[in-house]
Design a protein around this ligand. Structure first.
Ligand SMILES: *Cc1c(COP(=O)(O)O)cnc(C)c1O
Length: 439
């Protein structure tokens, strides 16, 4: 059990100890990861980390004290807006990540409804079941009801189902471009037009796609409209720390205009510490994260991101075609870009993930239906063949020597047979407890 240290330690020894801590961490540099880290090469990493270090102790809470941070944040917002076809009315803020961006857009919708439609006492939002849990989490905090409509056979939002779910208390609809589980883009244009006709806000969750899809489109792939080029879109979230390759802790939330965005703000006027106005959830904010985001966008530019998109898309096609050509395996749906998942009708899908993890490949488990998930980054370019080789071996081996699921594979298997998935809540709570238990 760690006690607060009496004496300080030598910095070299300290840092080398911390290096050892990392031995069993995710192997993202080698492209062994299915998610969590978006590594675009050492040159990108060096620029981002140098910018981050240069602004290490700055605080984005006080733009007056740091005009440099203020400038870079404003730049990142307008660069993101121009990438996503926003006009001059579009405004936004940087946040710590997709969850905070989504939280702010829902808080904005809630407070706007309170102001403009006081007759709505129990506001709700309508989303597809594939929407990221950040929406459930935000609704949980904000006292908004979340109405989730099952996705269609192709894992996209069910247009008619979504329309039918809207009622007089609906304040916002949302869908993803693309969604996290299966990497497909929802019918943003149809849904947003419908929302507009009902005078409902429409949020596009482009946390994954915001800094990816525009470039995938530019290199010639068929990508449907998903951004401010659609009239009914009133807000968007796009993560710089995903396919923008920015430092962890960077996302953008954008609004169609300042009239909507004003409901996002928090202002306190009676604190003895002075006037306190805050645009987003965080108080103090890492100026370094903003600097890192500014640096990476300017380092790569449209040209650089297009080159990355070429690599990502070619590699993703290799994964998808390769997996589909292995007997017993199948990619789920038709992924629009480089995020996909696959399953097996022949084996317990989770067993494949379990056996792959023994070969150091780290794939996330999906459920409803079972699947294994991978988001392709430039780091995967040189390992896709090896991945497919290992996958073939795992499948052949499981066919010859069937065995029992362990650990997570066993848990997901058990969960599938529960009458109510919420029965696992106490288990997950215990797991979360265990994470902060002293070693
Ligand atoms: C990652 C993600 C989020 C949440 O973003 P965080 O940065 O993890 O908070 C929301 N929506 C989608 C589609 C995502 O992929």
């Amino acid at each position: 059990m760690a006690k607060f240290p009496e004496k300080g330690r030598n910095s070299e020894e300290l840092l080398s100890t911390m290096k050892e801590f990392q031995t069993n961490d995710l192997k993202w540099r080698e492209g062994k990861n299915g998610s969590f880290v978006y590594f675009a090469g050492d040159d990108v990493l060096n620029v981002v980390s140098s910018a981050y270090l240069q602004y290490f102790l700055t605080n984005g809470l006080s733009p007056l004290s740091f005009p440099s941070i203020k400038k870079m944040e404003a730049d990142v917002i307008s660069m993101a807006s121009s990438l996503l076809n926003g006009n001059d009315d579009v405004v936004g803020n940087m946040t710590s990540g997709g969850t905070e961006s989504i939280f702010m857009s829902l808080k904005t919708a809630r407070d706007r409804a309170r102001d403009l439609y006081p007759e709505i006492k129990e506001p709700n939002i309508v989303v597809p079941t594939s929407i990221h849990p950040a929406f459930d989490k935000s609704c949980h905090y904000l006292g908004i009801k979340i109405i989730k409509v099952p996705v269609a056979q192709d894992f996209r939002s069910d247009l008619e189902g979504m329309k039918n779910a809207v009622n007089e208390n609906t304040i916002l609809m949302s869908a993803s471009a693309p969604n996290y589980p299966h990497g497909v883009i929802d019918q943003i244009e149809d849904l947003a037009s419908f929302a507009k006709s009902k005078n409902i806000l429409f949020h596009v969750d482009a946390c994954l796609g915001g800094f990816l899809l525009p470039f995938v489109k530019k290199i010639g792939y068929d990508i449907p409209k998903f951004d401010f080029s659609i009239d009914g879109v009133t807000s968007m979230s796009a993560d710089v720390h995903k396919y923008g390759f920015g430092p962890r802790g960077t996302s953008v939330v954008l609004y169609k205009n300042a009239d909507i965005r004003k409901y996002q703000y928090f202002v306190s006027t009676d604190w003895s510490g002075g006037l306190y106005g805050s645009p987003t959830f965080a108080g103090s904010r890492a100026g370094a994260a903003i600097a890192g985001a500014w640096a990476v966008i300017n380092y790569l530019g449209v040209e650089g991101y297009m080159k990355k998109a070429e690599i990502i898309m070619k590699t993703a096609r290799k994964f998808i075609d390769g997996i589909n050509s292995i007997e017993g395996l199948e990619v789920l749906g038709k992924p629009d870009a480089s995020i996909f998942s696959f399953h097996s009708k022949e084996f317990d899908t989770y067993m494949i993930g379990q056996e792959m993890s023994k070969k150091e490949w780290s794939l996330d488990n999906l459920q409803l239906p079972p699947g294994l998930h991978l988001m392709v980054t430039p780091a995967h370019e040189n390992v896709v063949e090896k991945f497919l080789e290992d996958l073939k071996e795992v499948v052949n081996d499981l066919r010859k020597n069937p065995r029992e699921p362990e650990g997570m594979a066993a848990m997901y298997g058990a969960m599938a047979s529960l009458p109510d998935p919420s029965m696992v809540v106490p288990f997950v709570q215990n797991f979360l407890d265990s994470l902060t238990q002293p070693e």
